[in-house]
Design a protein around this ligand. Structure first.
Ligand code: CLF
Ligand code: SF4
Length: 290
């Protein structure tokens, strides 16, 4: 049950390097690392690193203020006009940081034609839809690792919601309910939704197809199955093989289109998906510019 997309939404999708594989070699994205705080604790996350629900952890990205983010946007867009998408994807959860909304408002005022993108764990989504619309968010990624609380609690069993700490199955249920409610409301509001699912062998690998079926009901545009990056409580865990990932994608494809070109970017990455200019030398950056 895919919603009918407007011409404006279809144009946006065709210029979004993560939403349309044909766009990935033509158009770039820029991540602004303005969001350090997080409101949940995923068991595979070391909180000093980038949010691994969307981003590759490594050296922690330097956190920018909204004003610094605007200045960086000016500079990068002038040098690299092929960047069409401005996104916030960490280092924590964008919805747990008011700086996310401040930053987008500054950018939207000065660059009304860029696509505003965001990635979230979804806990605060039902409460922040209006703020997101005010800030101009058009494409949104929600990380959905389970739609069954018994599975979700093995991946995330601590959330802080409205100032209260929830643990165990109660935490998992709250996270799932808010994700599903939030995705439904965001789609109704015209935001195009992608979901990320971190494939955790022996935990959610048999369950991903149930996630895909649920996402189909809600009208999610695309699903990105990402391999676990073993860290924290999952530091000793097995990484899914290429074959396992392909099998998971194939089982979900009948229900939601599959993204297969994710580069697990850092929360300060910019450029084309395959070439993160934030990690390049000045010399190489200048070559790309030409
Ligand atoms: Fe960034 Fe994510 Fe928006 Fe893309 S990345 S917030 S949807 S603009 Fe893309 Fe990077 Fe994969 Fe993310 S390749 S990690 S899926
Ligand atoms: Fe870490 Fe991201 Fe999970 Fe927060 S949502 S705990 S930053 S992986």
């Amino acid at each position: 049950s895919c919603p009918d997309y407007s011409n404006e939404q279809l144009r946006m999708i065709s210029e979004h390097p993560c939403y349309d594989p044909k766009a990935q070699h033509k158009f770039g994205r820029m991540h602004l690392a303005v969001a350090p705080k997080c409101n949940i604790q995923c068991k595979y996350c070391i909180r000093d690193n980038d949010c691994v629900n969307e981003c590759r952890p490594g050296v922690t990205s330097k956190v920018l203020t909204p004003q610094e983010a605007l200045e960086k946007t000016r500079q990068v867009l002038e040098e690299h006009p092929f960047i069409k998408v401005i996104a916030i994807a960490g280092p924590g959860d964008p919805l747990a940081n008011d700086e996310t909304f401040e930053t987008f408002k500054l950018i939207k005022e000065e660059f009304p034609n860029v696509i505003i993108c965001m990635s979230t764990n979804g806990l605060a989504l039902p409460d922040r839809i209006d703020d997101m619309l005010d800030a101009g968010v058009q494409t949104l990624t929600v990380t959905v690792n389970a739609v069954d609380p018994e599975i979700q609690r093995q991946i995330c069993d601590r959330v802080v919601y409205n100032g209260k700490l929830y643990k165990g199955k109660e935490a998992a249920e709250l996270l799932i309910n808010n994700q599903l409610e939030g995705i439904k409301r965001a789609i109704e509001a015209g935001i195009v939704i992608k979901i990320n699912t971190v494939l955790v062998p022996d935990v959610n690998d048999d369950h991903v197809v149930d996630i895909a079926k649920k996402m189909n009901e809600l009208g999610v545009f695309i699903m990105n199955i990402m391999p676990l990056i073993p860290q924290a409580e999952y530091a000793e865990w097995r990484v899914p093989t290429e074959e396992e990932r392909k099998a998971a994608q194939a089982s979900c494809e009948p229900f939601v289109s599959q993204m297969r070109h994710c580069r697990q970017c850092r929360s300060d990455a910019y450029g084309l998906l395959g070439e993160d200019l934030s990690q390049m030398s000045e010399e190489r950056r200048n070559m790309v510019k030409m």
